[in-house]
Design a protein around this ligand. Structure first.
Ligand SMILES: [Fe+2]
Ligand SMILES: [Fe+2]
Length: 353
């Protein structure tokens, strides 16, 4: 494996000093020279340097805004900057460091000092980048593992619940579509962060995880449930939430598990307080549960159940529309009305599959 030689950018208005610095660094680095930050800026992203060596006293450019303009480019904002300076008072030194300069050397430097400072910072920068890359790779693999476990668990739930086949995966697709619409409309934008949306999409297939605790004769009864049986069925919200609570007690501050618990516990709550298990009202129902209510009901309406034929999309649409403000959160219900055609397409896609 070949390792790319680190790149150093030298910025100095003196061509003589540029050549001198290039000469002492060329053995270990690929060196790019510029007379000013203004001249260097358009090239910096493609150069991708590992260190800057910059003369502080350049005509027409003050050091503070020079550092700021380099730091404003996201891909190189953390690249170390070494200033070559004639300053020797404490205030100026402090100001330089406060502005984001990583180190400085005096004008009368020895070549070995420059090489050693640059090498030290380039190595540190390399280690930091490598560490960030490894953390990102680990995070990615944890996410993939989490995804695989979620799908495996939802498959297990569906194995037991033979009457609502495919419900878990379809609700995931509907939830994703609904949240895209909410984002476009700016609904609950403070809560609907990228992480929230990602976690809810991944948790959605498990909203009915508590059904594993419901007896077979109720879960798979090929007819409408009696009142007593329906009361037992309602417990799937509590059973699911309790199982997830045990996981939360082991892993504190896990936003994904919190969302999973919210949807398992509250996807049957209703905006007007007539839902279950707690009869929560309006915004006391967690946002994740209020969102999940629509994919869950829509899918039940357009699917076959032992006690009913599948409703058409139009009928499901009119039922949901009628229940906005009673069963469903008005903002989320309206977002559904603006993307209902996509719900229809998703239901068609899954039917074809
Ligand atoms: Fe449910
Ligand atoms: Fe459900």
């Amino acid at each position: 494996m070949t390792t790319k030689t680190p790149r150093v950018v030298v910025i100095d208005d003196s061509k003589l000093k540029q050549a001198f610095l290039k000469n002492i660094l060329a053995q270990d680095y690929t060196v790019f020279t510029f007379s000013s930050v203004k001249e260097a800026l358009p090239h910096l992203e493609s150069i991708a340097p590992s260190c800057f060596l910059m003369d502080m006293e350049r005509p027409g450019e003050d050091p503070v805004s020079s550092i700021q303009s380099i730091r404003s480019i996201p891909s190189i904002s953390e690249v170390p900057i070494v200033m070559i300076t004639s300053i020797n008072d404490v205030e100026s030194e402090e100001l330089l460091l406060q502005c984001g300069c990583d180190d400085y050397v005096g004008n009368r430097f020895a070549p070995k000092v420059i090489c050693s400072r640059v090498t030290h910072l380039v190595e540190l920068y390399g280690y930091r980048k490598e560490l960030e890359k490894r953390v990102e790779e680990k995070m990615q693999s944890v996410m993939e593992l989490q995804d695989a476990i979620m799908l495996m668990l939802s498959d297990l739930v569906e194995c037991r619940d033979t009457l609502t086949s495919g419900h878990a995966r379809r609700t995931r697709a509907y939830a994703s579509c609904l949240m895209k619409q909410m984002l476009a409309e700016g609904s609950y934008k403070d809560q609907l962060t990228n992480d929230f949306v990602r976690d809810l999409i991944r948790a959605a297939p498990l909203h009915d995880v508590g059904k594993v605790g419901i007896p077979d004769d109720i879960l798979n009864k090929p007819a409408q449930l009696s009142e007593v049986e329906f009361e037992a069925m309602k417990r799937h919200t509590i059973i699911g939430a309790q199982a997830i609570r045990h996981a939360i007690m082991k892993i504190h501050d896990n936003s994904f598990l919190k969302i999973l618990q919210d949807i398992a516990f509250t996807h049957h709550e209703r905006w007007d307080g007539s839902g279950y298990p707690l009869g929560l009202r309006e915004e006391s129902i967690p946002l994740a549960g209020r969102i999940m209510a629509i994919p869950d009901v829509y899918d039940a309406l357009v699917s076959t159940r032992p006690y009913k034929e599948p409703f058409s999309h139009e009928k499901a649409l009119s039922i949901i529309k009628k229940n906005i403000g009673t069963h469903f959160d008005p903002l989320i219900g309206n977002a559904f009305l603006h993307c209902e055609q996509q719900f229809k397409e998703i239901s068609q896609t899954y039917k074809d599959m």
